[in-house]
Design a protein around this ligand. Structure first.
Ligand SMILES: Cc1ncc(COP(=O)(O)OP(=O)(O)O)c(N)n1
Ligand SMILES: Cc1ncsc1CCOP(=O)(O)O
Ligand SMILES: [Mg+2]
Length: 547
């Protein structure tokens, strides 16, 4: 006879999205089974949540900068469970690899069977595969227990230059693994080795290498150009079989780069396990690695020339999931409400009333721009506004003040050209927060992209009294920035119901919306003005798509 026990669950403690998935995944305890197994468990009510799961098949690094240890830390930092199949044990430190002990093939098979048959990982990520036998066993196991995605990091040589898998492995990579891979992430040397040793010296070479490796069978190829001598930026090239994407970032000057390849691949695997699209997974993983490198650039572990970095930083990205945070969606920029304390005072409303009316009227993102507020008052106001915005699923950003954003766990920060640089804000806030940068020129837009911003605010489009001495760029200046920008753009400055339409109908895909202050807040009814402006914006989108 089976018994069931009632699930008691305090849903009010959870954001609605999480509460729903918890409920869908909840299973009722089978007390009989518990008794039969003679397991003494407290009779507590229980809910079960399936969390994203990556299995890494890789080698152990005793120095814990790379390999299995890096994969575990990267997945933990990204909020994803990580199981491990160890293919080799290396004696390794910041100087180099002192020894390698390959795990017997049968025992690799046994580990794979144990994890795959029981724990059903979402994604498998491979690192050091030291023999053709192990590659074959892995591909057999994956055929027996298919997973949602396979990420192949074709590790051959360690960062110190020590060989981890010899050239004999190349055929089995090409024949067995790449045709099963959803993405393969070679660096320049590995890409060259996979293609018979051709030289790769330019971004154009990387593109053609990505295409050739795609032809071997991998569905997506990310050729990492960190070692590209000809480029001052770090450039990676992604090819999805149709389009090429270039990811550029400025090089971070640090010795602590040991394990970046393993970490990038396992972070991509973690994002895929979380359900992201491949492009978003690569973008997010790259940002995570860059942020961790920047954060760790001065830490000192070991005496060798290649140190590890701190995967966990002091990030709180898991807290963000619990607090209902969702990834930035460029369409959030459609109707961007920016608060103004003078206008609120003039109309006798509190900042919370102003924000509430704006989000109820349909604002899609809010920025608190409280230039002269006391820090303590600003923080309290930000916390209250954040509660309102979270209830409506609307992101809340803070103008200028990364400290306030950190203290209240806001969704991001907007900075201008003379504020804290976006790269520094990114290091402080971590990879998941939203960062906007004001740009008046294509050059500034390029820098914002390299520094890790999420969007650009461009203006003043029209003259405005809200910001003193602000240069007006006009519709032409806005268009130039939008055409040059890899990031989504929101237009700002003097925009309201009467002139939003020509902005929205500029016909540049990167332009996603308008940011407004006085057209919403220097009015009697914020709610009504927001509703009206939203209607105008939606109408102009419809007109633009019909054209
Ligand atoms: C969305 C958006 N775009 C631009 C700005 C202006 O920011 P900044 O140049 O830093 O000027 P201040 O707002 O700080 O005076 C913005 N706030 N929001
Ligand atoms: C903050 C800012 N940055 C450029 S213009 C501007 C002010 C926009 O205010 P308004 O919408 O009232 O013109
Ligand atoms: Mg500013």
């Amino acid at each position: 006879m089976g018994y069931t026990c009632t699930l008691v669950y305090n849903f009010s403690l959870l954001p609605s999205r999480l509460a729903t998935s918890t409920f869908q995944n909840a299973r009722v305890l089978n007390l009989e089974a518990v008794q039969r197994e003679e397991i003494s468990r407290p009779l507590v009510t229980m809910s079960q949540i399936r969390i994203p799961h990556v299995l890494t098949v890789a080698g152990s690094d005793s120095g814990a900068g790379a390999g299995i240890q890096a994969d575990l830390k990267a997945c933990a930092a990204r909020g994803v469970y990580c199981s491990t199949v160890i293919t080799a044990v290396t004696a390794q430190n910041t100087v180099g690899v002192q020894g390698v002990n390959i795990v017997p093939e049968d025992f690799v098979r046994e580990q794979l069977g144990s994890v795959l048959s029981d724990m059903h990982p979402d994604v498998v990520k491979t690192g050091m595969l030291p023999s053709t036998g192990i590659v074959k066993i892995l591909s057999q196991s994956l055929r027996e227990f298919p997973v949602r995605a396979l990420v192949v990091d074709p590790v051959m040589v360690s960062t110190s230059g020590d060989v981890l898998a010899g050239p004999s492995i190349l055929d089995s990579f090409r024949e067995e693994l790449l045709p099963m891979a959803d993405i393969v992430t070679p660096n320049l040397k590995e890409a060259s080795a996979l293609l018979g040793g051709i030289p790769l010296e330019t971004v154009a070479d990387m593109r053609s290498a990505a295409k050739s490796i795609h032809d071997i069978g991998a569905r997506n190829v990310l050729v990492k150009g960190g070692d590209l001598a000809a480029s001052s930026d770090a450039v990676d090239v992604l090819f999805d079989g149709k389009d090429f994407y270039e990811f550029r970032s400025s090089r971070i000057k640090t010795r602590n780069t040991h394990g970046t390849g393993c970490t990038l691949a396992s972070s991509i695997a973690a994002e895929l396990a979380r359900g992201s699209s491949l492009f978003f997974a690569v973008k997010t993983a790259k940002r995570y690695v860059e942020t961790a490198l920047d954060y760790s650039k001065d830490i000192l572990i070991g005496n060798g020339c290649q140190g590890p970095f701190d995967h966990m930083m002091k990030l709180k990205n898991n807290d963000m999931k619990l607090s209902g945070h969702r990834p930035f969606d460029p369409n959030d920029l459609l109707l961007y409400a920016v608060t103004d304390p003078r206008m609120n005072k003039k109309w006798g409303r509190s900042i919370t009333d102003a924000v509430k009316a704006a989000v109820e009227g349909g604002a899609t993102i809010v920025q608190l721009r409280e230039k002269d507020a006391d820090t303590r008052d600003f923080l309290e106001a930000a916390k209250s506004c954040l509660e309102i915005c979270r209830r409506h699923g609307v992101p809340l950003l803070i103008n200028d003040r990364a400290d306030i954003a950190l203290a209240c766990d806001a969704d991001g920060v907007h900075v201008g050209q003379s504020d804290m640089p976006a790269r520094v804000v990114r290091t402080l806030l971590g990879p998941d927060k939203i960062i906007g940068v004001s740009c008046k020129t294509p050059k500034q837009a390029q820098v914002a992209w390299i520094e890790g911003a999420d969007y650009i605010g461009c203006g003043g489009v029209y003259p405005t009294n809200t910001k003193e001495n602000n240069i007006t760029v006009g519709l032409d200046g806005l268009k130039n920035v939008c055409l040059a920008s890899k990031l989504p753009v929101v237009a700002i400055g003097g925009i309201g119901i009467s002139n939003a339409q020509p902005v929205m109908e500029l016909g540049v895909p990167s332009l996603k919306g308008v940011a407004v202050v006085s057209a919403l807040f220097d009015r009697e009814s914020v709610l009504r003005e927001t509703q009206n402006l939203r209607r105008v914006l939606l109408d102009s989108i419809t007109t633009a798509t019909a054209k």
